[in-house]
Design a protein. Structure first.
Length: 341
């Protein structure tokens, strides 16, 4: 899952209206009916019905009469009753504010030091200086603790959404899974990680780079078989045309925080963790500070974390959700992200 603390060693959402999808080949399908995309993820179904937009709204159909020689057919009788939202529409609620059972007592306890949160605080974007070179060191492992095989890592800037112009060459990990990434002062992008049998991953570094840094907690990549098993155990199916978000939340003391409601403006199926296993329901962090969402529409996504009991915002970030990929990132109070004096 997303990376943990760093030790310094030197000073779109979809906004389209509802549409009929009956009889139409799914996006990304080839002429023989097969889908392109990452292997191992099930293709989306193409139901013959009106599909809801992410925020639960429904479009209103306008009847158009075909006129010929100044004559039109009559409108058929109808009413203005809106159809109830289906399960997908409810799961796509981007706020994820209703915990399982709807009771506040079911939320994990709120923990953490939030003394650095000050009204009006802004996160000033760091500038970069590629003349000041640093090394970012991190270990990469699977969710099961194994070292993934044939792993390729490269670094990309946040603005390079598809990593078309990586700032490093393709890098390999050593026998322990460790990779040393040559970067520069102010780098605030992500590592693109691909390996055999795992979902391709884009991990955004937790804070801008201002010194040689060692990532204390490994970056974990998810085997496709394990992801599919977790989803099936919760009655869900991973869609190859959607993204997976994994979020960790830190408090003002750089400790992982519990009881933080995580949401985003694109939607998806929220999940949290119970007894170390992902559970679909509400995206509220547990003691490990983790939560996320499945089947998020691809594109730029604004994610945030709020203290579940008070609604106070603790952090926000915009990332690029890529179809068939896992995007891992951290939510951190803005005062902790400022450049050193």
């Amino acid at each position: 899952m997303p990376a943990g603390p760093v030790v310094a060693h030197a000073p779109r959402p979809a906004r389209t209206a509802a549409r009929r999808s009956c009889g139409r080949r799914a996006r990304g399908a080839t002429s023989d009916g097969k889908r392109s995309g990452s292997p191992g993820l099930a293709p989306p179904s193409v139901p013959c019905r009106l599909a809801p937009v992410p925020r639960g709204y429904w479009s209103v159909g306008l009847a158009v009469c075909a006129c010929s020689h100044f004559a039109c057919t009559e409108f058929e009788d109808g009413d203005d009753t809106l159809l109830p939202p289906d399960t997908d529409a409810q799961q796509l609620d981007p706020l994820f504010l209703n915990p399982p059972g709807g009771a506040a007592s079911s939320l994990p306890p709120v923990t953490g030091d939030w003394g650095c949160l000050v009204e009006g605080t802004v996160n000033e974007a760091p500038f970069s200086d590629d003349s000041r070179r640093f090394v970012y060191t991190v270990r990469i492992e699977t969710l099961l603790g194994d070292v993934p095989t044939n792993t390729v890592v490269r670094a990309c800037t946040t603005a390079d959404l598809e990593c078309a112009q990586p700032v490093t060459a393709d890098l390999s990990i050593d026998a322990r899974g460790v990779v040393e990434v040559p970067l520069f002062w102010g780098f605030d992008g992500y590592l693109e990680i691909q390996a055999d049998g795992v979902i391709p991953s884009a991990y955004y570094i937790r804070q801008p780079l201002y010194a040689d840094s060692i990532q204390e907690i490994p970056m974990q990549v998810a085997p496709l078989e394990a992801l599919a098993a977790y989803a099936a155990a919760n009655g869900a199916t991973l869609r190859e045309d959607r993204a997976l978000l994994a979020v960790e939340v830190f408090d003002c003391s750089w400790a992982l925080a519990s009881g933080i409601q995580v949401g985003n403006d694109a939607g998806g199926v929220p999940f949290s963790f119970a007894n170390g296993l992902p559970t679909i329901g509400a995206a509220v962090t547990d003691g490990r500070g983790l939560a996320g969402a499945l089947n998020v529409p691809p594109g730029l996504v604004r994610a945030w974390g709020d203290i579940a009991t008070t609604g106070e915002r603790v952090g926000a970030r915009t990332i690029n959700a890529r179809a068939g990929w896992l995007s891992g990132f951290s939510l951190v109070p803005a005062p902790l992200l400022r450049a050193p004096e």
